[in-house]
Design a binder for this molecule. Structure first.
Ligand code: PMT
Length: 402
């Protein structure tokens, strides 16, 4: 169990030559008023002795599963006592293992068992870093909500100047403090998020939809949960796994999404509509699979779907309540600012997040995005970055307005 008072950093140290820099990192954490507990892998102990960290932290250093006779499940206790898990340096081996849920020693088992935010500072040879397997693991971990610090470029132990050098202890400490500051910042708040595409079926096997992957909405849900909010994620069909610790409500059509969003809207403090909702649905859905027949053309009649955001925002305005703070997205291909501002006013949102979906590097289905915040204070453009990083920036922006 967590103890009241100081926050605890659980620092995992792995077998990279940069392990000696973890001593300085411990000092920086202590100067910031944090308690530090250390887990060392077998290989880390070949580079720096556990006694060094025992002396620096004043806490026992954990090195093996089952090495505490009084506590056969010390990986669970360590995971529960921490406020943040930091792995610095994080070798290619450990990074690839934890990205795939391998739990074969104390550190990797603790990483799998913990529910607190994690900060990873990779340190490795440049070829290992550029290996597509490692790049995929970095992506997986980031999507899962880990904060990745670095690595930077510089002199490596293998004698080359290249990418793979662990970030400085100061950078890692600053990232950890940011994560800790955010981690409870939405405690007690309820966040409603719509995500993914909707599907409108023409017959039992064919539908109209959009290329939305759900990545944006899932990243937002994960970020809100990491900040301590109670999150309801209402999503159309996606291939993504539902995030842990979140109330996940799968839906298919726009009407189902409206029904479920309506159930959760009134109690929410923040409502974010990131779903790509189909604006139309076929008036009639064929009971059986449509056959080609003799005709080479088909005609379908469509009717308009409800606008979920506008419908619920009107309900808030009619009730004159202050909550929830409403965020809409705008998928645009031109005139981002003008179109986003027009949507903000027309739909009654407090904030519109516009993205250019004509650029294949951003928007639908990509891992990255670049967004434009548009609210009554003006507009602000972000850099291109991962959707998980953007989720943090989006909540920082929203929380300033609450
Ligand atoms: O899921 P990803 O692959 O990560 O892709 C992310 C995204 C491109 C889907 C996302 O960034 C995005 O832009 N989402 C909004 C897509 C959209 O439908 O935009 P819009 O401009 O058509 O709609 C404006 C707003 O009204 C949106 O908040 C939308 O959720 C909402 N809307 C639209 C139609 C409708 N019938 N009901 C709605 O609530």
């Amino acid at each position: 169990m967590k103890s009241a008072g100081k926050q605890t950093v659980l620092l995992g140290i792995t077998g990279s030559i940069a392990a000696y820099k973890a001593c300085e990192l411990v000092r920086l954490y202590q100067n910031a008023g944090l308690n530090v507990k250390v887990i060392m892998t077998k290989h880390a102990q070949r580079l720096v002795g556990a006694a060094t960290f025992r002396a620096l932290t004043g806490n026992a250093v954990a090195t093996r599963l089952f090495d505490d006779p009084g506590n056969p499940i010390n990986h669970i206790s360590l995971a529960q006592e921490a406020d943040v898990l930091v792995i610095a340096p994080c070798t290619a081996n450990v990074l690839n293992k934890i990205a795939h849920g391998v739990a074969d020693d104390l550190l990797s088992t603790t990483a799998l068992a913990t529910t607190v935010p994690s900060v990873l500072a990779p340190a490795m040879n440049a070829a290992m870093l550029k290996n597509p397997v490692t790049q995929e693991s970095l992506r997986v971990l980031e999507v899962a909500g880990a904060t990745i610090v670095g690595p930077g470029k510089g002199y490596l132990a293998c004698g080359t100047e290249d990418s793979g050098r662990m970030s400085s202890p100061e950078e890692i400490c600053a990232a950890t403090l940011r994560v800790l500051a955010q981690s409870k910042s939405l405690a007690g708040k309820r966040v409603l998020i719509t995500a993914g595409p909707t599907r409108e079926y023409l017959d039992p096997v064919r539908y109209i939809s959009s290329p939305s992957s759900g990545k944006t909405g899932f990243a937002l849900a994960h970020e809100a949960a990491q900040r301590g909010a109670a999150v309801v994620l209402i999503s159309g069909p996606t291939k993504l796994l539902s995030p842990l610790g979140i109330e996940y409500v799968p839906v298919t059509t726009a009407e189902q999404m409206l029904e479920k969003a309506s159930e959760h809207f009134d109690g929410a403090d923040i409502a974010i509509f990131s779903a790509a909702v189909g604006d139309f649905r076929p008036v009639r859905r064929a009971e059986q699979k449509l056959k080609k027949g003799e005709d080479s053309s088909f005609t379908f009649d469509f009717s308009a779907n409800p606008d979920i955001l506008a419908t619920l925002a009107a309900r808030r305005n009619a009730a004159r309540a202050n909550r929830p703070y409403i965020v809409g997205f705008a998928a645009e291909t031109e005139h981002l600012l003008q179109n986003a501002e027009a949507k903000r006013r027309a739909k009654g949102a407090d904030l519109i997040i516009a993205n250019d979906v004509s650029d294949p590097r951003v928007g639908f289905a990509s891992d990255n995005n670049r967004i434009l915040f548009v609210d009554d204070a003006g507009s602000e453009q972000t850099e291109l970055m991962s959707k998980q990083q953007l989720a943090a920036i989006i909540f920082d922006h929203i929380q300033q307005k609450l």
